[in-house]
Design a binder for this molecule. Structure first.
Ligand code: ZN
Length: 59
């Protein structure tokens, strides 16, 4: 079994969200919250642009 993670789309940030089995949407939401809080100052439009870059990856 491999681990899956979603990395923060901000290249200078090392934050990663673990993707739980069968809960990719939940992990995406958690990462979205991180981006809004830490990177966009609450700007949902900017967050959606960044989050469009996010893909789950296996490692
Ligand atoms: Zn980040």
């Amino acid at each position: 079994m491999t681990d899956r993670v979603m990395s923060c789309p901000v290249s200078s940030c090392t934050y990663e969200e673990w993707v739980l089995p069968n809960d990719e949407d939940g992990s995406f939401s958690e990462l979205w919250n991180h981006v809004v809080r830490r990177h966009t100052g609450g700007d949902g439009t900017e967050a959606s642009t960044l989050m469009a870059l996010v893909e789950a990856e296996e490692r």
